[in-house]
Structure formats: C-alpha cells, structure tokens
Design a binder for this molecule. Structure first.
Ligand SMILES: Cc1cc2nc3c(=O)[nH]c(=O)nc-3n(C[C@H](O)[C@H](O)[C@H](O)COP(=O)(O)OP(=O)(O)OC[C@H]3O[C@@H](n4cnc5c(N)ncnc54)[C@H](O)[C@@H]3O)c2cc1C
Length: 414
C-alpha cells in the first residue's frame, strides 16, 4: 500500500524482511525474552546477517547493500512487530556501523564493520553513563594516554547488548578542563575481552531480553588503532550517530503501533456489547480512525526525514526532521497502543493479547535514543536558526505589513 514511497529495491528489502519476521523468529523466543530468560539472542542477529538484512545503507565492499534510508525504514517497520529489543538488536549494526562507516578507516572497517554485517562479531553502543544520558558532553568516563595505548576508566549504563556484544562503540573524555567541550570526547572501539566487566542489573518494564546492562571499565587498555576518527572527534561523530539512533527508533515503533492497531481493530469487529459489535459505536471506531491517521502522519514524517537524509539536505534541516520524526512517531505510537488497549477493554490489559507487551515496550521509545524533551531542544533550536536565515534573505512576503492596523510604535518588546 505504501509502495509509492519506496524505490523497487526498497520494496524488495521490505518484502524480504516481512518474510523473515513471519518465518524466522519464533513466538517462543519472544516469550522467553519477555520472561527475561534470554539475555542476548545471538542467533537472531546471525540469521539477519545470513539473510543479508544488516547494514543496508553501507558500502557493499564491507558487507552492506548500498541502499538508502527509505530501504532501512521500510525494513524497520517490518521488524517493529517483534518488539523493541529485537528492533534494537537489528538497529545496532546500523547505529554503530554509522560511526565505523563514516569516520572509521579501512582497517577498522575490515576488522569490525564487515564481520558485524556478516553476523560474526556483535556490537553495542555505550554512550549513557550513570550520571546522565541527555548531557552527552558531560561524559566522565576517562581515557588517558599510556604509550601508544589508551587506558579507559568509568562506567556506562543501559547498554543494550552489554551481555552479548564482542565490542563496544564507546565514548570517553580525552580532553582536560581547558579543552572546549566539543573537542573533549573521543570515540573508541573497545573489545569486551580486554577487561570490560558487564553487569545485568535491571528489571525492565518492557524491552526485555536485549541484555541492557552496566559496563565497568577499570584501566581497560585500548590501542590507538581503535580510535574512530581523530582524538576529540567524538562530538562530531555523536551528531552523525544520532541520525540512525533516532531514525531506527522512529521507524521501528511504527511497526509496533501498527500491529497493536490491527489487533484492536479486528477485536472490535468481533466483540459484541449491548447487542452490537463494538466497532459500531463511534466511541470505539473513532479511536480506530484517530489511530490510522496518527500512524500515517508518523510514517509520512519518517519517510520525509529518510528522503531528506538520502538526498543530502543541509545537516541542520535533517537534524530537525529526524528529531521531529523521532518524537512524533514515538509519542503517537504510544497513543495508538494505548487506544488499542482501551478498545480491547479488560482483556487488552492481560497477556491473552500482545497489546500490553507492546505498550510496555513503547513507553521506552520516548526515553531512549534522546528523550522527547531533548528532541524539542533540537527542533526549536534548528527552527530559530532557519527563521533567522530566512528573514535575512528578505525574499518572502512580510505578512506583518498585512495587519489591519499598522502601528509600529505599538510593537513594544522590552
Ligand atoms: C532499556 C534501555 C536501553 C537503553 N539502551 C541504551 C544503549 O544501548 N546505549 C546507550 O548508550 N544508552 C542506552 N539507553 C539510555 C537512554 O538513551 C537514556 O536513558 C536516555 O538518553 C535518557 O538519559 P537519562 O536516563 O540519563 O535521563 P536524564 O538525562 O537524566 O534525563 C532525565 C529527565 O530530564 C530531562 N532533561 C534532561 N536534560 C534536559 C534539558 N536540557 N531540557 C529539558 N529536559 C531535560 C529528560 O528529558 C528526562 O525527562 C537505554 C535506556 C534504557 C532504559
């Protein structure tokens, strides 16, 4: 139905992913993950790699498919019904791969990107620290030079894949008090077996089974060959990584909301109250109508952001669209899943239907990969910058001159 948003190759990938999701992931695995009986479903990632579904946007030389964001968001919407943990494990090669692909050298691509896309090495992103996640530039994990190596000390938390990853894409502070904040952080590839301690600590509301854990680093030795980009480039790379980080959240959650809506809509055609199917009550069917509209609006924004990135629009404009897509898709998906539960009444609150699980997952989508509040900071910041530029160009109609009463002396601002 939405094929017109995609190129033929995107449709191929979408269909392949749909088939994979239908046939290659057992309900048993999903149940075990939700019961916290699985801490890292490695085989799922291997199977994705074997099907050629990882790293869609990356250079085929390193195992990618050379496609664009529209292919990836189409695939992500299909992965969404598997839940956010499997969505995240699908996305990590894209998120961590972005840093390696855009800023890494050929040696790093050969040692880490290629085996990751082949399902031979497993990656995770370590950004958040116990002291804070929103304030990226406040990171306190320290990297100190020791000969040709770096020694890293500190803690990271909420790292999905902490339990199963072979290596972490990890930010640490290399600058001192005199270094400008934007140059103070460096991105490292840290092999887990070089002394990274992992702790699986959290009883999560949802999004279980991905191994979200704590990393403890105590003088972990990292060779200089594992610095991505240059020392101090962390800030620049962070901005680039936030594109896949937020696009994957936005596109994946649409798939979750879609199936919750499907389940509720079908239920409303079967369930009878007061002698009628509940879909015949506007109180129910209008909730379905609202959900359909919100889902389409979210999808439209996600595809617009995808097209903006693929067609290399200015980075500040892409940043705004990606943030809008992330906030809108996650918040509206939450509303949709919530409405789906309402439509199903009491049974929707039980584990007889999967809506409660989708709801528990969906709550996180507004928190991780940048909270809704952080998205708003970016959206308004980039808009004010654009507004200033547009006003300076003076090539648009000045509508203030169309006001019925022209009285500049009444425009008092201070
Ligand atoms: C299950 C799970 C998995 C995760 N996976 C990963 C992962 O794989 N890798 C990783 O690095 N991180 C991961 N995260 C971390 C996640 O991205 C952070 O939790 C998130 O960015 C928020 O950071 P915080 O929890 O430190 O909250 P804080 O930054 O402390 O924010 C607390 C509140 O303050 C608000 N706030 C903060 N600053 C501002 C501001 N300037 N203006 C307005 N409001 C503000 C926030 O919006 C929020 O509401 C995961 C988290 C969870 C729970």
């Amino acid at each position: 139905m939405y094929d017109f948003l995609m190129a033929p190759k995107d449709i191929e990938i979408r269909d392949k992913t749909r088939k994979f999701v239908k046939e290659k992931v057992s309900a048993e695995l999903l149940k075990k993950m939700d019961q916290d009986e699985v801490q890292y479903p490695r085989e799922y990632v291997v199977n994705l790699a074997n099907e050629g579904l990882l790293g869609l946007r990356f250079d085929p030389k390193w195992g990618g498919k050379g496609l664009g964001w529209t292919a990836e968001v189409a695939a992500l919407e299909e992965i969404g019904p598997l839940g956010m943990s499997l969505g995240c494990l699908y996305s990590l090669p894209s998120i961590c791969g972005e840093a390696l692909s855009v800023f890494g050298n050929d040696d790093q691509k050969a040692r880490y990107l290629k085996p990751t896309l082949e399902g031979k090495k497993f990656t995770a992103e370590a950004l958040t620290e116990p002291r804070g996640g929103s304030d990226f530039f406040g990171a306190t994990t320290k990297a100190v030079k020791d000969g040709d190596d770096w020694l890293l000390t500190g803690q990271k938390r909420f790292v999905v894949g902490a339990e199963g990853a072979d290596y972490f894409i990890l930010y640490a502070r290399t600058g001192d008090a005199s270094t400008p904040a934007r140059d103070a952080i460096t991105l490292f590839i840290v092999d887990k077996d070089k002394g990274v301690e992992t702790k699986y600590l959290y009883k999560l509301l949802g999004t279980r089974g991905g191994g979200a854990g704590r990393l403890v680093l105590n003088n972990v030795r990292v060779p200089k060959e594992n610095v991505i980009g240059k020392v101090g480039d962390g800030g620049k790379i962070f901005y680039q990584m936030m594109i896949p980080e937020r696009m994957t959240s936005a596109a994946g959650i649409i798939g979750g909301a879609k199936v919750a809506l499907d389940v509720a809509a079908e239920y409303s055609t079967k369930r009878k109250q007061f002698g009628k199917h509940i879909m015949e009550y506007q109180g129910v069917s209008f909730k379905i109508a609202d959900s359909i509209m919100l889902l389409d609006a979210a999808r439209a924004l996600v595809y617009m952001a995808a097209r903006a990135i693929d067609t290399r629009q200015p980075s500040s404009f892409c940043r705004r669209l990606v943030s809008e897509a992330k906030r809108f898709a996650t918040e509206k998906s939450w509303d949709i899943v919530n409405m789906a539960m309402q439509v199903c009444g009491g049974i929707g609150y039980t584990q007889i239907y999967p809506i409660e699980k989708i709801l528990r997952d969906a709550r996180l989508s507004m928190i991780w990969t940048g909270t809704s509040e952080v998205m708003n900071l970016i959206i308004q910041h980039e808009f004010f910058r654009e507004l200033g530029e547009r006003k300076a160009r003076k090539d648009e109609r000045d509508v203030e001159l169309d006001a019925n009463e022209l009285a500049d002396d009444e425009k008092v601002f201070e």
